[in-house]
Design a protein around this ligand. Structure first.
Ligand code: F6P
Length: 341
């Protein structure tokens, strides 16, 4: 078979492990030909391809990023984009497509599957907010990076008796903040799912100072106070209509400094969370997803996504997996609240 593969959306540690697994299993066990599309859906729209043979994937397992490149190009946001994608896939003789991406990339995949393309999706996002899978690869690495940063910030914050506000990624879902904050003993964790009470946050910071230590707040970039008005965005939007976020950490630090009378600083972890080498968990999960995607293609499946349920890799309908985001449930946040203050 001639199998197309692409990586779309924000990059994520583990993408290369998926690509390697698809190539190794497809060529090694089925005699497939693997065609890489450069920069996500842009490569499909421009027929920009690269042959993915065994040599192309040698040594890429531990490498962060994606050797195929990525973009947030959305064929459905362009006049005639979907038709062009379908025509190019046909003329390139692609029998099946394995797109690796989050809700946006897989949303396009679901529509192409409905239009008749054989598609098996692979879930990816450091945000871990894709429904239908217990975990996405990249998340474990991002949490590890954030946890290490927060561990380091504890000692410098305590030495200077100042508040440190750590802004982490998470536009709609607070999984990174929740896990990194729990793992590193944050004073307060703020997530988009639960608008926060400014007075309560200030009280937690004060309590932490009173106990002889300095507060560390972990805040998702998409978190909002109950009465609104703190979150900042540049107003810029990508092809999927997402505004670029950033600024809640700095705004919160300034507010806490005013209210506690003690210095507060913000640290934005940003793309550090997405770069670099994947954790062992992410390498194994990504590899298993890649192997399972090739199996699904050869089983004649389409319109499905491989997913992790417990310790098993399963197949779920793409439409169901992309219908809504997987948000942090209230009871998971309550577990973290026990340690606030
Ligand atoms: O979707 C993954 C993610 O890392 C989000 O957490 C974040 O809001 C967004 O991508 C940032 O995207 P970019 O770096 O491409 O602007």
């Amino acid at each position: 078979m001639r199998i197309g593969i692409l990586t779309g959306g924000g990059d994520c540690p583990g993408l290369n492990a998926v690509i390697r697994a698809v190539v190794r299993k497809g060529i090694g066990q089925h005699g497939d030909e693997i065609v890489g599309f450069r920069d996500g859906w842009r490569g499909v729209l421009e027929s920009d391809t690269v042959p993915m043979d065994l040599r192309a994937v040698r040594g890429i397992l531990p490498r962060g990023g994606t050797v195929l490149g990525t973009s947030r190009t959305n064929p459905y946001a362009m006049e005639g984009g979907a038709e062009l994608a379908l025509e190019n896939l046909r003329s390139l003789g692609i029998d099946a497509l394995v797109p690796i991406g989050g809700e946006d990339t897989l949303g396009v995949a679901a529509k192409l599957a409905e239009a008749g393309v054989r598609v098996v999706g692979v879930p990816k996002t450091i945000d871990n907010d894709l429904d239908g899978t217990d975990y996405t690869f990249g998340f474990d690495t991002a949490v590890g990076v954030a946890m290490e940063a927060i561990d380091r910030l504890h000692t410098t914050g305590d030495s200077h008796h100042r508040t440190l506000v750590v802004e982490v990624m998470g536009r709609h879902a607070g999984w990174i903040a929740l896990h990194a904050g729990m793992a590193s003993g944050a004073t307060v964790i703020l997530i988009p799912e639960k608008p926060f009470d400014v007075d309560a946050v200030v009280a937690h910071c004060q309590h932490r100072f009173d106990s002889g230590y300095s507060p560390i707040l972990v805040v998702s970039e998409g978190a909002q106070p109950k009465d609104g008005g703190l979150s900042l965005s540049t107003g810029e939007k990508d092809a999927f209509g997402h505004v670029r976020l950033g600024g809640i950490g700095a705004a919160l630090a300034s507010l806490i400094e005013d209210r506690t009378g003690r210095e507060a600083r913000a640290v934005v972890l940003g793309h550090v969370q997405r770069g670099g080498t994947p954790s062992p968990f992410d390498r194994v999960l990504a590899t298993r997803f890649g192997l399972a995607a090739v199996d699904a293609v050869h089983d004649g499946q389409s319109g499905v996504m491989v997913a992790l349920r417990g310790t098993d890799i399963v197949r779920v309908p793409l439409l169901a997996a992309t219908a809504q985001l997987k948000l942090v449930p209230a009871e998971r946040y309550s577990e973290a609240e026990v340690f606030f203050g």
